[in-house]
Structures are given as C-alpha cells and as structure tokens.
Write a protein that binds this ligand. Sequence first.
Ligand code: PLP
Length: 483
Amino acid sequence: MRRSQGVLLPPVRVARPRRGDVYRTLRAAVLDGVLSAGERLPSTRQAAADYGVSRGMLEEVFAQLTEEGFMERAVGRGTFVALTVSRLSAPAKQKQGPRRSPTPSRRGHSVAANAACREPAVPSPFNAGIADTSEFPWKMWQRLMARSARELGHGALNFADPRGLPNLRVAIARYLAQFRGIRCQPGQVIVFNSAQQALNALAVLLLDRGDAVWIEDPCYLGARAAFELAGAAITPVPVDDEGIRADTRVRRSARARLTYVTPSHQYPTGVALGLERRIALLEVAERDGSWVVEDDYDGEFRYEGQPLTALYSLDSQGRVLYIGTLNKSMFVSLRLAYAVVPEELVESLANIRTQLDGFTPAVRQMAMSLFMDEGHFSSHLRRMRAVYGAKRAALVEGLAPLAALGWTWSSNPAGMHLLVRHKRGDYVRAVATASSLDLALLSAYRIARTRDDGLFLRFGALDTASLSAGIAALVAVAKKMSR
Ligand SMILES: Cc1ncc(COP(=O)(O)O)c(C=O)c1O
C-alpha cells in the first residue's frame, strides 16, 4: 500500500513566503487546532514543494518548531504535531462578521424552517418511518457492491450518465411493469438520489413563479417545500377518507398547473385514493392541461391483496409523472429513487439533475440493478411486507382500546406509519405533550386550520420490544388525559 504523504498544510497568505511566514502559519495552525496532536506532517521535500520554497528553509522551520515543542520528529517515521491545543489555548473563536453582516434571504429562511426530510438518528416510538434494516441481506449487498466496483473498473471513478445507469433503468422499468402495473420504456426512467430530489427537479422543470400547484392538505412537507422553492402558488385541497377532493376545486373552477398526490397511501393520513377520485383527478388534469405528480413512496407495502395499481397506469395522455423511491424499500442511506416521465421531458429533466448534483455514482446503481435482476429485490420486498404487515397489525391491535375513546385511523392496510386521529385537537395535543414518546402532530402537516388533530405513529424501523412499549405508553397516556 502507498504510504500517506502527511496532512495537507494550511496556506501561507503571501505569494512568495519567507521563512517567518511559513513558521508563523504552521505555529498558528497548531495553536488554533487546525493541525492536531499526532497528525503526521509531509516530508520537508513535499512541504517545500507545496509552499514553493526551498527544502532548506523548510528544514529550518521544522527544526525550530520541534525545538519549541510544537512538533516531534521520529527517525524513519516522519514529523508529527506534538501539542494538544487544550494545553495551550482554546480553539480559535469563530470570526465575528462585519457589523451589518449579510443574512439569508427570506426564501432561504422559509425553506430552511420547513425542510422536511430529516429522520432522527435513533429510532424510537414513534419517529421511525424508515426501513427496518435488521432483515436486510447486508452480506449479499456488500458482495454486489464489490462485484460492481470490480466490473466497472476505473470507469466507476468517472462521470456517470445523469439519466442513470442503463442497466438500472432497464431493471426499474421491468420491476414497475411486473409489480406496479406501469408500462414504460427504460428510456423514460430517470434515476435520482431521492424522491425529494426528483420532486425538486420536477418543480424546477415544470413550474414558473406564481403557477398554481394543488397539493393534498395535509401534505408531505418535502413536496410542499419543493414547490414553494420553485415559486409556486400553493393551493391546499382537502383530503377525506377517499383521498384528495379535487372536485371541490373544480366546482370553484380553479385551475392548476400541477397537482401533487400520494394515491396508494396518502401522506400522512394513510388513506388510498378511490377509483372514482382517480378518474376525476385525471379528468380535471385534462381540462386544465395540467401535470399530475404521483409520489408512490411506499406503494410496495400493502399488506392485504395486491399493491394498488399506480395512477400512472390509468393515464393515457402522459400527464402523470411517477416517482418511486428505493430508500424506503431497501434502506435509507441507499439514496436511490426514480421518476418515470414522457420521453420528451427526459433530456431537460436530466439536465436539471446535473444542475442539482450531477449524477448518481455508478457503483451503487449497478449493485441495485444486480440486486433486482437476480431476484433479491422481490424476495426482500416479500419478506419486508410480512415484517411491516406484522408490525402494523400489532399496532392496530394494541391501539384497540383507544377506539372506545373516540380515536380513529385509516383501515388502508399499508405503509410504515399510522395516523391516529381524534375530533378534539386540544386532547390530541395534550396527549402528545404529556407523553415521553416522539410524536408528530397531524396539524404540522396541514395548511387549513381544523379542530381535530392526530398523532403520527411511524413504526417501520421499530423492533418488537420498543413497538410494544410505545403502544403501551401511548394507550396509558391517552386514557389518562381523557379523564
Ligand atoms: C410522501 C413521501 N415522499 C417522498 C419521501 C422521501 O423519499 P426519499 O427519501 O427517497 O426522498 C418520503 C419519505 O418519507 C415520503 O414520505
């Protein structure tokens, strides 16, 4: 193995450094903690080349710093930083900005305040709407990653196609045809790092400032933020037991440029969009000449019967743009998702994608395509469907005593979260405050104010013990607060 050449040295602030400049720079770097105890410095030859000075000068500087105790030289091993900062001084304070320092924009503030997609690092009841990785075939995945790196060779270190690796686009198109009833060409599939990134890119591609976007109310905050970022005028459309009520808007003859929906498992209420509503939604889109973005973030996880057919497959006009994510069905740090769009949008969308972050690295795309081609993905989905289905069933069973207190929840047997609601919002909020559980409120996802509220129970990654403990704690506090 090639030996490391030592740390990168901090820059000297003058063009032609003299001995004193180099000395002061290195000394300050040690005192400020920029270089810390034990770090190996480059050889004097390398450091002299980095600073563009003579090796003799560097020898003198290193010798002085060694004599003063800032560095140690070990014969045959090199020169090391000797001091810990704490022995001498506190780490350098952050510089104060100028008195009237520039501030973030209003839009920046608002997007930062509403940014949605951060999950807690430690799953606990009920903050864990992410994949359970305890059953993930990790060894197999490691093998496929290693094989992909080997087969791609040095090419893996270069740019990759911003539309995605051809093999993965083929594998996704095949998967969608087999399991989601979606007929599309691999050329219509664009790979992203996340559904969120696909939403951001589509918002930029399809919307002008001020365009009307209909979103479900309550809505996935990440989608709302993506449309707001693109300058859209957001119109909340109420959601009831059958999903989005696009018909209420139609009656008021409002028009949209784009409608965002989560038809298989509405986020966060959990209801499925009924067939009549699906057809009505497509009719409205036709009337308006508008787009429909279908976010199928967890459509794989339906625990009775077959997964619901995607809205995409009902559309004969190329209005529905479909988004799926593998970050939920595989594991959250995978960072792979996809959009299916009409072919004429592919190039522009891929160009916008390059503007966001270039492309997705090839190795993990290839590993994913092998995982799909060799049948591991369908086996994994089958296994996880059983795992999440059992957790959901345990949750619903455990919550049964709450029904008598007026709590309700969707009977759509799907997904990794359950929303439990109550007509009395003040009671729901009192339960959330009194419990030590990590409970999100339905009202946080709403635009219109309503009197009811709900608790968002995200259970995907919870193990059986913490799920049971969470249920018991919730039932106890809900009973107590109802008195
Ligand atoms: C409705 C919805 N869309 C998209 C996503 C995000 O998926 P990704 O992690 O791929 O951005 C989530 C994640 O929870 C979600 O709930």
